[in-house]
Design a protein around this ligand. Structure first.
Ligand SMILES: CC(C)(COP(=O)(O)OP(=O)(O)OC[C@H]1O[C@@H](n2cnc3c(N)ncnc32)[C@H](O)[C@@H]1OP(=O)(O)O)[C@@H](O)C(=O)NCCC(=O)NCCS
Length: 181
């Protein structure tokens, strides 16, 4: 699945990305995202090597276990893996939902890549048809991530306390997208 787009802030620079299912060889990308201190500033800090290996297994199995999908984001021009996007089963206020999240490595930020890749992931979540609502819970202190939600048509439900990772609480915005809408 791929898409071309011009972001509002980057009209002159056309980028194209595709998303591919997370695979066995993608641990290095996980280290550049969930293992990186700057990338996890709003997420309670980087995961240890041991946690990353466990997460790699989780990501590889997510789709076959029917619990969601994790993708790597590929920059079409360079073929480089520049980030990740995915959605997974979760519960929120007692309801079964999909939760989503995204990462784009610093050299590729600000080019509309998270927005494009998330648009593709939303189309997949919609076609899976498992849950009606897709939620994102970016920290209130994470403007780019909140901007992705706003831009892609999520509705801001409320500000809430969110535990991620376990034992780490942060103020988040609860954004919701109706996949049937
Ligand atoms: C959040 C993240 C994925 C965004 O990636 P990206 O590819 O740079 O995002 P985009 O280029 O699609 O930009 C999305 C919007 O954010 C806006 N934005 C970027 N930086 C911003 C800032 N500091 N303040 C306000 N808006 C900002 C952009 O202008 C864009 O909106 P626009 O197209 O209407 O102009 C990236 O910053 C990242 O990986 N952060 C670390 C991981 C993380 O926090 N993930 C979120 C977990 S919920």
């Amino acid at each position: 699945m791929s898409v071309n787009s011009k972001s509002g802030s980057d009209m002159g620079n056309k980028s194209s990305v595709r998303i591919e299912a997370w695979g066995e060889g993608d641990l290095p990308l996980l280290k550049k995202t969930l293992g990186d201190p700057a990338m996890t500033r709003h997420l309670g800090g980087p995961e240890s090597d041991e946690q990353l290996v466990k997460r790699q297994t989780l990501f590889e199995r997510l789709a076959e276990e029917g619990k969601g999908r994790m993708f790597k984001i590929i920059h079409v021009d360079t073929g480089e893996a520049v980030g990740s996007v995915g959605y997974w089963d979760s519960t929120h206020n007692g309801k079964e939902i999909y939760e989503t999240g995204w990462f784009v490595i610093p050299a590729f930020q600000g080019m509309g890549i998270a927005s494009m890749a998330t648009t593709l992931a939303i189309a997949m979540a919609r076609s899976d048809g498992k849950h009606r609502f897709l939620h994102a819970f970016p920290s209130v202190e994470n403007p780019p991530s909140n901007a992705v939600c706003r831009k892609l048509g999520f509705t801001l439900v409320e500000e809430c306390e969110f535990e991620y990772p376990k034992g780490h609480f942060m103020r988040c915005n609860d954004w919701r997208l109706d996949l049937l809408g």
